[in-house]
Write a protein of this length. Structure first.
Length: 636
């Protein structure tokens, strides 16, 4: 999530520099990168309260004087008459609705609302949706806006086991499968709850009367939905990490206030439903325990002062945890709060003597296998150990992070198959993956742990002129592995594609083996791969289509071949994702070398156009034509 520095510092009395704010955020455990004047934040799953301006300001209040009391509408609200039924109070225990009508849609936005779009480069949609997006940015609470004129009928929130098509407000059609929490209007799905609304009831640039939904969904009901349906959803990102269930009244009143700053309001009404009371967690004041956990010595006064600045209340020797801090339940959690305020680097270190143990033979074998696979062009992946399906000896998790994945996996291959299909859907044509992990099963009420390695591959053998036309198959992999590790039994199998949602026909080859079954002979393997001096930074994988261009060069002056390869293989452009030699031919009769280069172009934000590709190819052609002794056959 991106947060503009100016939007933070405007509400901090001391006006710290961006470097000072960055240092304090890092001390508080909020990993981020500074991009110009913007913090690109990374948050752990249990700190959803900080996915907003107000959330970060609450944390920064331990260092600065911060103002999070923005103006809200303070008048009494009329009761909204709405035909609504919540059939899933266990999933949505709190929900509110606001109906608001304006006389005219504003031509422009003022002050902080305009700065939000300007400073972050956010695209505008329509008046009410724009305010909804800003409210989420400021408060951390997602809201959803319906065009009230399209909401005539009975509104029901229900969890259904369905299989039907649903068109989102982004014009994307998805097929809802299995259990989903949805809003129904007269039995028609209009909203995938907590994820994204539907096109049929969405607001437009002409909408003057809006129905705003402000809800609290339990994270376990939302987790995995955006991934399952391949939807980029800011709302689900926040709901998955827990939003404040007690903020609805203030959020609605803040929404009204922002509208009133831009338009004349003709009518307002609201209603709130509470199907389950918010639980207030109370923890005894025990500074001695905190000092013992962290290894420090602070006074009770200082300890409680820290917590007060973070929004904790103290009542009769009890610490009352704020409703937005779902991650705080124990003394250990409170100790972590104190530690990050003090700064882990500022806590004195004590030496800990740990006897050195002998590295097991299996550990060394595992590393050799890893190096061998890297040498052969495989990529290592790490998957979550939780799955939805089970077998007789599966272990069920009592309190899973994702209610859709409640079992520990009993094999690695299924996870690798998901990885392979994910890459195929993103047009990758040479996929070689492996994973090394512990597998847990149950037998006679005992937990059995097994260390395994799984390998999966499909598509082209490689992106080079020797392997480009070859396809990965069972025979190919068996020969490679037997040649390098002749004493090991890699029992490669072919996975059927019959039950898979794919039209690709390439053979899928895999195997899964116990690390214990490998012999010490593996340690004799001489790897060539080495740890890199610099590691590549993560960049998101684009779901958009790519474009391919091939250029074939004729080289008469052989001394120029290296110059050509250095230029093309080293050419950089934000849209050029990959370039490699796919064809190489030496014509002795004509004393000529022909080299074919393949260029793969892709944009992270929009479908790449023919013109964009041609512009880049044009730069390459113009440069290479200046190299004497090199030509491009067939080029006019």
């Amino acid at each position: 999530m991106k947060i503009a520095y100016d939007h933070l510092v405007d509400r901090i009395k001391e006006k710290p520099t961006i470097e000072e704010v960055s240092d304090n955020l890092l001390q508080l455990g909020h990993e981020h990168e500074v991009e110009g004047n913007v913090f690109n934040m990374e948050f752990t799953p249990n700190r959803g309260d900080c996915l907003s301006i107000n959330g970060l300001l609450r944390d920064l209040s331990v260092f600065y004087t911060c103002d999070i009391n923005q103006k809200i509408y303070s008048e009494e609200l009329n009761s909204l008459q709405i035909d609504f039924k919540n059939l899933t109070p266990d999933i949505c225990p709190q929900i509110s609705f606001l109906k608001l009508e304006i006389d005219k849609i504003p031509d422009k936005y003022n002050g902080y609302l305009n700065d939000y779009f300007l400073d972050l480069g956010v695209n505008k949609n329509n008046f009410f949706t724009d305010i909804s997006n800003y409210i989420s940015y400021e408060t951390g609470q997602p809201t959803h806006c319906y065009d009230a004129d399209k909401m005539n009928g009975r509104l029901v929130l229900q969890e259904l086991d369905i299989n039907q098509e649903f068109e989102t407000l982004l014009n994307k059609k998805i097929n809802l499968k299995n259990k989903n929490s949805v809003f129904l209007l007269d039995d028609k799905v209009i909203n995938l709850a907590g994820v994204i609304g539907g096109k049929s009831t969405s607001c437009s640039s002409e909408t003057k009367t809006v129905l705003v939904e402000c809800a609290f969904f339990k994270p376990e009901a939302i987790i995995g939905k955006s991934v399952k349906y391949d939807i980029q959803s800011e709302a689900s990102h926040k709901f998955e990490r827990f939003v404040d269930p007690a903020c609805h009244d203030r959020v609605i009143r803040r929404f009204i206030n922002i509208v009133s700053e831009h338009a004349n309001i003709k009518d307002i009404s609201a209603i709130s439903y509470e199907f389950e009371q918010n639980k207030v967690i109370k923890i005894p004041v025990n500074v001695n325990k905190i000092n013992q956990i962290i290894g420090i010595n602070i006074s009770e006064e200082q300890y409680l002062n820290y917590l007060s600045k973070l929004g904790f209340l103290i009542n009769n020797d009890l610490i009352l945890v704020p409703s937005y801090r779902s991650d705080i339940e124990t003394q250990n959690d409170l100790a972590e709060e104190v530690a990050r305020i003090i700064g882990y680097d500022n806590i004195s270190k004590n030496d800990l003597n740990i006897p050195k143990g002998k590295i097991s033979n299996n550990y060394a074998i595992e590393n050799k296998l890893r190096y061998f696979l890297l040498d052969e062009g495989f990529y290592e992946v790490i998957n979550a150990p939780f799955v939805s399906g089970s077998i007789d000896n599966s272990i069920k998790v009592d309190n899973p992070l994702d209610s859709n994945k409640t079992y520990l996996r009993t094999n690695i291959t299924d996870s690798l198959l998901d990885n392979l299909l994910f890459n195929e859907r993103r047009q990758k044509d040479s996929i070689k993956l492996f994973e090394i992990s512990d597998i847990y099963t149950s037998k006679n009420n005992e937990i059995i742990k097994t260390r395994k390695i799984a390998i999966i591959a499909s598509g082209r053998v490689g992106h080079n002129h020797e392997d480009f036309s070859k396809k990965i198959n069972q025979k190919h992999l068996t020969e490679i592995f037997q040649k390098a590790l002749p004493n090991e039994n890699f029992d490669f199998q072919i996975l059927s594609r019959d039950s898979l949602d794919t039209k690709i026909k390439n053979e899928i080859v895999c195997c899964e083996l116990d690390i214990d079954n490998f012999s010490p002979e593996v340690l004799n393997y001489k790897q060539t791969v080495k740890s890199p001096d610099n590691y590549n930074q993560y960049s998101p994988i684009s779901d958009l289509p790519y474009s391919i261009r091939d250029l074939s060069f004729s080289i008469k002056d052989f001394s120029k071949r290296e110059s050509l390869e250095d230029y093309i293989l080293g050419f950089k452009d934000e849209f050029l994702k990959k370039v490699y030699i796919f064809d190489y031919f030496y014509n002795e009769k004509n004393s000529e070398i022909k080299i074919g280069f393949r260029f793969v172009f892709q944009s992270p934000s929009s479908t790449i156009t023919e013109r964009e590709v041609n512009d880049i190819i044009g730069v390459i052609i113009n440069h290479t034509q200046k190299i004497k002794g090199i030509s491009i056959p067939g080029l006019n």
